[in-house]
Design a protein around this ligand. Structure first.
Ligand SMILES: [Fe+2]
Length: 319
């Protein structure tokens, strides 16, 4: 083959024959997904801190569980030093920097201008709806919960965490109310983060609540606090969108959809922010929480490379 610059390249006939036709990528590098509701409370996916820290098999198990269930706990994580939580999360991949920083370690602080930093109840939502590429994983570790004066540690109220499987909820919605599902996949919305001076983040284009690509649901964006005005001209009226959103919201709040769990020191929660929504009940006292975001492509790369051999990985991404 002679290029326009006169450079000659030679390719084996086998190589050309291999790539000349359709996509040859190996599609067997997958993980079955298990959709869940409240019943997941009886046996939530868990991998131990030591397994993750000491072996790639531990990382393989952790990332495969997150692929399958959309979340996993890392048990027996030391809680006296947040840096150890950072280290166990970095076994998955490097931590993502955002306008809030990187690895975080915080107590309620309204100066941060974000509801996560208050002690208010938060309904089920996904984070980073305002990024073109929302963080793939999010992790929390409750390091301590100090009761307010006069309240004992045993009776301190609130702060339970909520998880909802967004893919499961979407599946139920599609069955119960196909029109509402259709509207949430079709109507594209503006999203933004503008609460901090000098920062206005918004995705490259409008995105729907339920993103379907090649017939498959790939991502949920759901956060009332980050959503802009529902637009006209998206094929449905704002009234129709709100009707569908009301149905979706009602579905997320059903008892059978909600997995409530009291976080405790030592138990790190890691979840897929493209699939699983999170929230919490209001709480009293002071909670110290650390955690981080990790990019989607990076954690999927780690999952792929710890769960499959190199040849299979290359066959799956190059063909
Ligand atoms: Fe959040």
């Amino acid at each position: 083959m002679l290029g326009s610059d006169g450079h000659e390249s030679n390719y084996d006939w086998d190589f050309i024959q291999h790539y000349v036709k359709e996509d040859k990528r190996d599609r067997s590098v997958t993980q079955d997904q298990h959709y869940w509701g409240a019943e997941i409370a009886s046996n939530p996916p868990t991998v131990s801190y030591n397994e993750v820290m000491n072996s790639d098999q531990g990382v393989a198990d952790l990332t495969a569980k997150i692929q399958k269930y959309g979340f996993s706990f890392i048990s027996s994580t030391p809680s006296h030093d947040p840096d150890l939580t950072r280290q166990v999360l970095e076994r998955i991949a490097f931590i993502r920097l955002t306008h809030y920083g990187g690895f975080y370690d915080f107590i309620p602080d309204l100066a941060m201008a974000d509801t996560a930093y208050t002690n208010l109840a938060l309904p089920a939502h996904t984070d980073n709806t305002y990024f073109t590429d929302p963080s793939g994983l999010q992790a929390f570790h409750l390091l301590s919960h100090t009761p307010p004066p006069g309240v004992s540690a045993e009776t301190v109220q609130g702060g339970a965490s909520l998880l909802v499987d967004g893919f499961n909820a979407a599946k139920v919605l599609k069955k119960e109310d196909p029109k509402a599902y259709e509207i949430l996949t079709q109507v594209r919305l503006p999203w933004h983060a503008s609460g901090n001076a000098g920062i206005t983040i918004t995705p490259d284009r409008l995105y729907p609540v339920l993103e379907v690509v090649d017939g498959e649901l790939g991502r949920v964006r759901w956060n009332n606090d980050d959503r802009g005005v529902v637009p006209f001209g998206e094929g449905y009226t704002p009234e129709e969108w709100y009707g569908a959103a009301r149905k979706w919201d009602e579905m997320l709040r059903r008892r059978e959809s909600e997995y409530w769990v009291q976080l405790t020191p030592g138990r790190v929660l890691v979840f897929d922010n493209w699939r699983v929504m999170h929230g919490r009940s209001a709480f009293e006292g002071i909670r110290r929480i650390c955690g981080a975001y990790i990019n989607r492509d990076d954690w999927i790369s780690r999952w792929r490379n710890t769960n499959f051999d190199r040849k299979k990985v290359l066959d799956s991404v190059i063909g």
